[in-house]
Design a binder for this molecule. Structure first.
Ligand code: ADP
Ligand code: MG
Length: 410
């Protein structure tokens, strides 16, 4: 199947060719015809499945006819990184359409955003808070919006944006097309969707499980040996790009410093950094200046570096959803990746929940020749789960990428 089947305007088809997409991803194949028909849609798919183009392409198609200089599509996203990525996708796919898009988010000055709005745009990609600031200031008119997209709705709710989203919905015309994307469907999201969607078609890919192209493994480790384990894993290997998650900003920063001292090209990405520092970290990672990016969940939202080879959960994620989101950073667009989760004492329950969602047991691994400390017994790490957990000692190091020995746990 190819993109030709959708009969896009030739300028849009040229954009698809420009970005090099040849075969639609499963969510694109299912969602694009639905969105083109103009009805509401509820898209349920994990990260990395190609949702952005699934809504951007039909929006470009719709906007390629009709008035210019009015905000006709509003895309709301949880973080500025994600907003920038969606904007970039619009610019690339729409490069021959002359359709204009602007990003609106906090943490940067309002001036350039206001200028872009004054010059006239057809698409706004925005984070909720700053969008409402502009609306309140009368700088932004949402009365011509024909299509409203809520991207990563579950994450927006996690981040406390639900009241803002409700306010935004009151600002757009009632007669509109609404597209709602989420990786998971907790109760509050289901209720919001019920309320704002009109007879939606449901498009679902996978069921809230991480990308199937990712293999998962668990590394039980004493809490105070995690830094050393990470350094040992990455030592002298060509692992590609490694994204490491920590729970706190402080730990992201200190771990980046530690890894740098160990001779790795590492940098942190966390919420205390300025927008330009964050952009520098992401760009440096994307372009290969850094091999290791150490990030907090929120800061890492929406990072799309297609060559991420490994995700390492230095700290266990707080929820299964967070696990799904983190792991979605690797294995994007059906490239395969590996996800390693460090488990310390007390993490057993979370491991159990993740395994329930995955529908499979995570493979337990032990890094050969690593000094775990005398008396370390991985079984003890999981006292809260079953005592029959078995641990394989694999003659396999972290550096097996390309060596043909990538393991799959499903
Ligand atoms: P999601 O929003 O579902 O997390 P994205 O839209 O960010 O996923 O897409 C993930 C990655 O897949 C991006 O690098 C994107 O460029 C790539 N991609 C999207 N659609 C296709 C396609 N049809 N063919 C190849 N790569 C694609
Ligand atoms: Mg997305």
């Amino acid at each position: 199947m190819s993109f030709e089947r959708f009969s896009f305007d030739r300028r849009i088809a040229a954009g698809v060719k420009f970005v090099g997409y040849t075969v639609p991803t499963p969510i694109q194949a299912k969602a694009i015809p639905v969105v083109l028909r103009g009805g509401d849609m509820l898209g349920l798919a994990q990260t990395g499945t190609g949702k952005t183009a699934a809504f951007v392409l039909p929006i470009l198609q719709r906007l390629s006819v009709g008035p210019r200089g009015k905000i006709r599509a509003l895309i709301v996203a949880p973080t500025r990184e994600l907003a920038e990525q969606i904007h970039e996708e619009i610019v690339k796919l729409g490069r021959e359409t002359k359709i204009r898009s602007a990003t609106i988010y906090g943490g940067v000055s309002k001036g350039p955003q206001l200028q872009a709005l004054r010059r006239g745009v057809e698409i706004v990609v925005a984070c909720p808070g700053r969008l409402l600031d502009h609306v309140d200031a009368g700088a932004l008119d949402l009365s011509n919006v024909e299509v409203l997209v809520l991207d990563e709705a579950d994450r927006m709710c996690d981040m406390g944006f639900l009241p803002d989203i409700k306010r935004i919905i009151r600002q757009v015309p009632e007669k509109r097309q609404t597209l709602f994307f989420s990786a998971t469907m907790p109760e509050d999201i289901r209720m919001l969707a019920d309320k704002i969607l009109n007879k939606p078609e449901m498009v679902q890919i996978g069921i809230s499980a991480p990308a199937e192209t990712v293999s998962h493994a668990l590394y039980p480790v004493p809490e105070d040996r995690r830094k050393e384990l990470l350094a040992a894993m990455l030592k002298g290997t060509s692992t590609g790009r490694v994204l490491v998650f920590t729970r706190t900003k402080h730990r992201a920063r200190s771990l980046a410093i530690y890894m740098e001292k160990q001779g790795h090209r590492a940098t942190a990405l966390q919420g205390n950094m300025t927008q330009s520092q964050r952009q520098q970290a992401i760009n440096g990672f994307r372009k290969g200046k850094y091999d290791v990016l150490i990030a907090t969940d929120i800061a890492a939202r929406g990072i799309d570096v297609s060559q991420i080879s490994h995700v390492v959960n230095f700290d266990m994620p707080d929820t299964v959803d967070a696990y799904t989101h983190r792991i979605g950073r690797t294995g994007r667009a059906e490239r395969s990746g590996e996800a390693f989760t460090f488990a310390i004492r007390g993490d057993g329950l979370m491991v159990k929940q993740i395994e329930k969602t995955l529908g499979t047991k995570l493979e337990r691994r032990r890094l050969p020749e690593f000094e775990y400390g005398s008396g370390f017994d991985p079984e003890r790490q999981f006292l809260q789960t079953s005592s029959s957990t078995s641990f394989s000692r694999l003659p396999k190091s972290f550096s097996s990428r390309g060596g043909g020995s990538r393991r799959r746990s499903r």
